[in-house]
Write a protein that binds this ligand. Structure first.
Ligand SMILES: [Zn+2]
Length: 371
């Protein structure tokens, strides 16, 4: 094995009213900067960033803010980078969901500043993730052209701050979506094994796969407790916060996505065509049911767990008709092929089992995703 270095998020601040004690935490971890840039959106400003601003200002920080308006695109990163340059040296806080955190992470990384993530809901695992995800553009954050979503590697945050009261009070559908996105690892690890056995991927970590599967098993077993039981809810948050560690141990982001994310992209495109708004995790949840079926895994257990957590399990629940799901499935191979151009290692089961219309319909009906 070639030696490689692992970089992990080493500081967490986790618990009730954590954001009101943020300045104290910054002193504790010896943050040198006296300037802070807060990256948030209109909603997360009200939910958390405003309080953070007050708390930091009261203890001597000069605080500026960036309100994200257009999503995960280059222009928003440019906007944040400008503020960071003005206040430099400063510490950057990415406050909110995946988009605000990823813009905070990427802009800080590109300006060589440190960043702290403050998730206000758990719809994604972006809080400790070492990548930031952006929408395809002719000129992306990394100056390259991208057809679809793409990642840039930024490394872990200096710290991750989770105010459990704020997360608990966020609309539940966000937490349910994050939960569904996590179950993806059931299919992703299966696909990773396939890619490795076919020589498409040179990295493989039995330890990371064991850990991912154990965490998925915990989440599935406790699906009905997570919303109401304090300890199970805490367990859920800690599993989600562990993703940066898991990816670094894996040595490969393959542990996070496989064929279920391929299908999820198809479903997302169908939703865009039908003009319905959807959450990434909800699309992935359906993708995981469908691909677990194709892989011969326990898709029923996935479906039951998603129902118990309160995530969608049918096309109708995510605003799609039967035909849309069949189309997303039959297009899966083409979508996977387009990913392989960028990342030859993301080889999945849909490259080997051609999803004909007949098979696609059979899977969708067999799992009850369509009627
Ligand atoms: Zn995902």
């Amino acid at each position: 094995m070639e030696p490689r270095s692992l970089t992990l998020c080493s500081r967490y601040f986790f618990g009730s009213r954590a954001i009101d004690k943020l300045a104290q935490f910054c002193r504790e971890i010896r943050v040198q900067e006296k300037n802070a840039v807060l990256v948030c959106d209109g909603t997360t400003w009200k939910v958390a960033a405003e309080r953070i601003s007050v708390s930091l200002s009261a203890s001597g920080f000069r605080v500026d803010r960036v309100i994200v308006e257009k999503g995960a695109v280059r222009s928003e990163v440019e906007k944040a980078r400008e503020r960071i340059r003005l206040l430099s040296p400063c510490i950057v806080f990415g406050i909110g969901g995946g988009v605000s955190m990823d813009i905070g992470k990427a802009s800080a990384f590109l300006e060589k500043a440190c960043w702290i993530t403050v998730p206000t809901s758990f719809a994604t695992d972006a809080m400790t993730g070492i990548n930031a995800t952006f929408r395809g553009e002719r000129r992306g954050v990394d100056d390259k052209a991208h057809e679809g979503d793409y990642d840039i590697r930024v490394g872990p945050p200096l710290a991750c701050v989770v105010d459990t009261d704020i997360v608990r009070n966020a609309p539940w559908k966000f937490q349910a979506a994050g939960y569904a996105d996590y179950l993806a690892k059931l299919c992703a690890t299966h696909d990773w094994g396939l890619a490795y056995s076919r020589g498409k991927d040179q990295t493989y970590s039995e330890y990371a796969i064991m850990l991912a599967r154990a965490q998925v098993e915990y989440l599935m077993k406790n699906a009905s407790r997570i919303r109401k039981d304090e300890r199970a809810f805490e367990g859920f948050l800690q599993v989600m916060m562990n993703d940066g560690f898991l990816t670094e141990m894996a040595g490969n982001s393959r542990i996070l996505f496989g064929s279920e994310h391929v299908v999820a992209q198809g479903l997302m495109e169908e939703q865009m065509r039908a003009n319905v708004a959807g959450l990434h995790g909800e699309q992935v949840g359906l993708g995981t049911i469908l691909m677990a079926y194709l892989q011969g895994q326990d898709w029923m257990a996935v479906k039951t767990a998603l129902e118990q957590i309160g995530a969608p399990v049918t096309a109708e629940q995510i605003g799609l008709g039967d035909e849309s799901v069949i189309r997303a499935l039959t297009r899966a191979r083409a979508i996977n092929e387009s990913w392989l151009r960028d990342r030859p290692d993301i080889y999945t089961i849909v490259m080997e089992k051609p999803l004909t219309r007949e098979l696609a319909k059979g899977i969708a009906k067999g799992t009850g995703v369509i009627r």
